[in-house]
Ligand binder design. Sequence first.
Ligand code: PMT
Length: 221
Amino acid sequence: HPRRELAGKRLLVTAAGTREPIDPVRYLGNRSSGKMGYALAQAAAARGAEVILISGPSGLPVPPGITIKRVETAAEMHNAVLADFDAVDIVIKAAAVADYRPELAAEQKIKKTGDTLTLSLVKNPDILYDLGQRKKRQLLIGFAAETEGLIEHAQEKLRKKNLDMIVANDVTLPGAGFNLDTNIVKLVHRNGMVEALPLQSKQQVAEIILDKICAMLTNST
Ligand code: PMT
């Protein structure tokens, strides 16, 4: 990158979905591939940042020069993110974290007995909410994956989780969201400003998000 504008900065990115075990062979998951988060990690490293990528299961290659920490469950991601939080300057949470997990993971494979099976789920910790409570100097960027009420829901998450910016994707739009090479997002800022970006590759979306982060860092010094 011509301008290594993130040199000397530490940036933590989370990517991919979590898996919440049901029994030794099954889990609750989601459709996140990690493409959005890995694109952000790669783009930040190209700008000179020291990048930690905390990733749920993903088959994507790890971009060179990046420290990867692999996790499976939301609880593991929570621990990994909190362990590094105080040492980083910027956090981008592109991961799709399960809001609920099975109350008990069965020790043995669940047998096919009754005609129905009920799983009891309990709430997972909200990682981004905890970071918003803890944050001091850090910039905190969240994502919102929505199927309705995109801007209202994103604004509510921005406020509740004390974020500096949230990247809102309407995952019902063709070309946007999970497991595609492209995305269509709206950047929602703290001051209420909303910027709609056109359909483009996840690499291009990542560059624009990093441009905004660099501008926020310049304005705050
Ligand atoms: O990985 P890809 O296939 O490329 O797909 C990209 C993506 C659609 C997963 C990505 O663009 C995206 O939208 N990621 C966030 C998905 C999500 O879980 O959104 P949410 O609205 O449920 O969560 C809001 C924010 O809170 C997110 O930043 C999430 O990481 C965070 N969160 C959510 C729940 C939780 N328990 N802890 C969290 O930190």
